[in-house]
Write a protein that binds this ligand. Structure first.
Ligand code: RB5
Length: 152
């Protein structure tokens, strides 16, 4: 029996095909998907989709978010502006596992022009299948949103 999760997903035009593939896989696995678009090839702005997905995660309407753009870089930068979000830009299964185990990432960013869709599916499975280790990592997470004085 798998744990049924609600996952928020979004992409820009560079990631829309991969997003569709990931959303289908999530639904096939029994998860609920909140799809914030985009849904076609027309050029759009990635921050709009990152902000919608991250709001759903921050408001606990979704357990996790998945963001796809051409490189994953723009999406990850936009996502990490939200103080409730820890977004990992991931290119392989190992960093997918570790960004959950060590960073308690709640959003996954992927680059559709960088990795293949089969790799992305394996990454998503590793991300959802890994729990946060806590311990020393909890202390580090607690420091993430502390502002520091600029050094003179
Ligand atoms: C869109 O052309 C592209 O800039 C975007 O998908 C992403 O790669 C940005 O980081």
């Amino acid at each position: 029996m798998i744990e049924t999760l609600t996952i928020a997903i979004g992409a820009d035009h560079g990631g829309v095909h991969m997003k569709t593939r990931l959303a289908t896989a999530l639904r096939d696995a029994g998860h609920e998907v909140l799809d914030f678009g985009t849904d076609g090839p027309a050029s759009v702005d990635y921050p709009d989709f990152a902000q919608a997905v991250c709001a759903a995660v921050a408001q606990k309407r979704a357990a996790y978010g998945v963001l796809v753009c051409g490189t994953g870089i723009g999406m990850s930068i936009a996502a990490n502006r939200n103080p409730a979000i820890r977004c990992g830009l991931v290119h392989d299964v190992t960093t997918a596992r570790l960004t959950r185990a060590h960073n308690d990432a709640n959003v996954l960013a992927l680059g559709a022009r960088i990795i293949g869709e089969e790799v992305a599916l394996d990454i998503l499975a590793a991300f959802l299948g890994t729990t946060f280790e806590g311990g020393r990592h909890e202390r580090r997470l607690s420091k993430l949103n502390k502002t520091t004085e600029p050094t003179p």
